[in-house]
Write a protein that binds this ligand. Structure first.
Ligand SMILES: [Zn+2]
Ligand SMILES: [Zn+2]
Length: 321
């Protein structure tokens, strides 16, 4: 089969390899679509905590069962089901976690072997190029749940890349009000169509000073510093994107958390339940979500788009296999 293998950091090669062997409890999925995530680009450029090389990347996967032809999206995890984290419903934090496209081979290939328990069925009403956004949307839903975003609240989102835009969509689905701050004018421009279709507001700045919640879908520490200041007392900040710079956080700002009873929570990955929820939203909103697609590309073209994905100034590339 054709595949893209990250041999080592910085070296992603298109090559033919045997179709993967299927382990116990696994199923062979014929990949029809796999979206390119900024995390894939980061892994290619600088590695990632959970990445083990050599590896086939790709964790935003849609495909069909080789025998039954049923279509699925993939929850990119393999959880033990018995540890404390699994039992309390945070299976994304499973102590034995193996992530597809990080620890295990992913969807940048014609076939991928995945645990049967990780398959989330989709209906014919949801095209594969939209279905691949179930995973990133589910991660956004997870972030909102970590800080308990409530209906009617104002939510400040840093970053108008695909992650920030999907976050805003998830906020709207909770009947809350998303406000996206984006300092790069090019990024504001490329998502214009999506903003118009959804009524989601993205701007360089907003007059509104205070928000109930803030979330960073951008990797600068400044988003955290700014976000804490702009939270109403009792508000919540969710750390969604990992920081790639190292700013220092003034003690006075840390004390804001104390004096104003702010909540700071982390979010990483998503659960199967959140993917199911995301599939429902995408099925309903597919005609709007389609404007998040930058371009449909082939598997072979993925390496050439990674620098653009890393720059952040593009929407979603979806590989069609
Ligand atoms: Zn991702
Ligand atoms: Zn577990």
């Amino acid at each position: 089969m054709n595949s893209l293998i990250l041999e080592k950091i910085g070296s992603l090669n298109y090559q033919k390899i045997p179709i993967p062997a299927v382990g116990s409890g696994e199923i062979l999925l014929n990949v029809t679509h796999c979206a390119v995530c900024r995390t894939d680009a980061k892994m290619w450029k600088m590695g990632q905590r959970d990445l083990v090389v050599p590896k086939i990347l790709g964790h935003e996967i849609c495909g069909y069962e080789t025998d039954g032809r049923k279509r699925f999206v993939v929850w990119p995890g393999k959880a033990c089901g018995t540890c404390v984290q699994c039992k309390q419903g945070t299976e994304n934090l499973c102590e034995m976690m193996e992530i597809t496209g990080f620890h295990k081979n992913g969807g940048f290939a014609e076939y991928v072997a995945v645990p049967k328990s990780s398959l989330i069925p989709i209906s014919d009403a949801l095209p594969g190029n939209i279905a691949v956004m179930a995973e990133p949307l589910a991660c956004a839903i997870n972030a909102l749940e970590r800080i308990n975003v409530t209906a009617g609240s104002d939510v400040l989102i840093y970053g108008a890349g695909p992650a920030g835009l999907l976050m805003a969509l998830a906020v709207k689905e909770k009947n809350a009000n998303p406000f996206i701050i984006e300092i790069n004018p090019d990024k504001l421009k490329i998502s214009k169509k999506f903003q118009d279709e959804t009524g989601i507001k993205a701007a360089k700045e907003f007059n509104r000073v205070k928000f109930e919640f803030a979330i960073n879908a951008a990797s600068s520490v400044d988003t955290f510093l700014n976000g804490l200041k702009r939270l109403k007392s009792g508000g919540g900040f969710c750390l969604f994107s990992g920081f790639t710079d190292s700013g220092s956080i003034p003690a006075a700002l840390i004390n804001e958390i104390h004096y104003r009873q702010l909540k700071v929570a982390g979010a990483y990955g998503c659960t199967r339940g959140q993917i199911k929820e995301a599939v429902e939203i995408l099925t309903k909103q597919k005609n709007k979500v389609v404007f998040l697609i930058e371009e449909h590309i082939s598997l072979e073209q993925i390496p050439s788009v990674l620098p653009k994905v890393l720059s952040g100034a593009v929407l979603k590339f979806v590989a069609e296999l």
